[in-house]
Design a binder for this molecule. Structure first.
Ligand SMILES: Nc1ncnc2c1ncn2[C@@H]1O[C@H](COP(=O)(O)OP(=O)(O)OP(=O)(O)O)[C@@H](O)[C@H]1O
Ligand SMILES: [Mg+2]
Length: 352
């Protein structure tokens, strides 16, 4: 059946990646497309009839531009405006305001962070791939001689008459074991495990429970879950490990006091790397600690990069590898008082 031009126009508007809103002269929302609902994280039902400035006070930066567009009856463009949409969510937008007939306004928003995000994201994926190849090569080179070394120390031990000298062979053996564990950690788990339909919230609750068990009293772990998230095909233990590594870092950054916030949301039509997904899960792990040291910020996903005296710098590269094995990605943004690690996971149908 062919679509009527009206249906087709609606369909086109709903598939635009640019957010489009129509408001009256008082900026009360009259209509918004899907991209606008995703950008503002609001449904059409919640938004229509409400004042845009009332819903999102951050849009007050557009007051003047809207006034000018209305006064002059001409289209007005603002570039790279920073708008705070909600606590901890600021976006950079290009905005076009066009007065329409009957004193309505057409507002179009292009989210620029998205382009910046994609170039940083491609860099992260390439980085993660290169790191994996390098560590795999190195790890194999280290593991073989290590096995020989350990075996030789054991043989030597059995020949030693003087029990006191056993101390030395023990050191060789235990250090070889420590190195082996480190190399295994760097290699990360094999991807051969079978994925099963997994409830993401059970995974996060498990992580929260483990984190609470090791937190001092002054730490609060808050949660805010989107109950509509469907099951996702995953290796549950691997996701637990990945999220736990991120949450543990937040705990370590906070020390004795602070808050960790765990949030889940779903997002429609979202690209991770090169691949467009119909639906993805977004898990934000936010802490109000001191932030990632600026000198480390670009390198934290490299192995052996650590800002802690007792850290080994494996936690984040391992978490990134595990999430990559699920088709997802971990990103972060950090400033003192607000560090957010965002884990994206594609939510393909479990029976697809
Ligand atoms: N939430 C955070 N706040 C501040 N800094 C962080 C945070 N998360 C990570 N970092 C920084 O990133 C570094 C690397 O983290 P990563 O988990 O890879 O290694 P690690 O925690 O040092 O050691 P490991 O996890 O192997 O025990 C940390 O040492 C820390 O400096
Ligand atoms: Mg860590």
């Amino acid at each position: 059946m062919t679509q009527s031009p009206d249906d087709m126009a609606n369909d086109v508007l709903d598939h635009l990646t640019r957010a489009v809103l129509v408001t009256d002269a008082q900026c009360r929302v009259q209509w918004l497309n899907s991209a606008a609902q995703t950008l503002l994280q609001i449904s059409s039902r919640q938004a229509v009839g409400e004042s845009l400035m009332h819903l999102f006070p951050g849009f007050a930066v557009l007051d003047e531009a809207i006034g000018q567009a209305l006064d002059q009856g001409a289209s007005y463009t603002e570039r790279e405006i920073r708008v705070m949409l909600a606590a901890e969510r600021t976006v950079t937008l290009d905005c076009a305001i066009t007065p329409m007939s009957s004193s309505s306004l057409l507002l179009e928003f292009e989210q620029l962070d998205r382009h910046l995000r994609i170039s940083r994201e491609n860099q992260l994926i390439a980085q993660s791939h290169a790191i994996r190849e390098l560590t795999r090569g190195l790890a194999h080179e280290i593991k073989n001689p290590l096995g020989g070394l350990r075996g030789a120390a054991q043989l030597l031990e059995s020949d030693l008459k003087d029990a006191e000298q056993h101390e030395y062979t023990r050191i060789i053996i235990s250090e070889a074991d420590r190195l082996r564990a480190l190399v295994d950690g760097l290699l990360g788990p094999a991807s051969r495990f079978e994925k099963k339909p997994t409830n993401l919230h059970e995974v996060i609750e498990r992580v929260r429970y483990l984190a609470m068990a090791e937190s001092p009293e002054g730490i609060t772990i808050e949660r805010d879950y989107d109950p509509s998230l469907p099951l996702l095909p995953a290796v549950e233990d691997q996701l637990i490990q990945a999220l736990l590594n991120v949450v543990r870092n937040a705990l370590q950054a906070l020390g004795d006091r602070g808050t960790i916030h765990l949030q889940t949301r779903s997002q429609r039509r979202f690209t991770i790397g090169e691949k467009q997904h119909r639906l993805v899960a977004r898990i934000d792990i936010t802490d109000d600690g001191p932030g990632i040291p600026p000198a480390l910020y670009d390198q934290i996903f490299y192995p052996m990069v650590t800002g802690r005296a007792e850290g080994s710098g494996i936690g984040l590269p391992m978490a990134q590898t595990l999430v990559n094995q699920h088709g997802g990605l971990i990103e972060c943004s950090s400033e003192p008082g607000c560090t957010v690690f965002t884990v994206w996971l594609p939510l393909e149908d479990c029976d697809e």
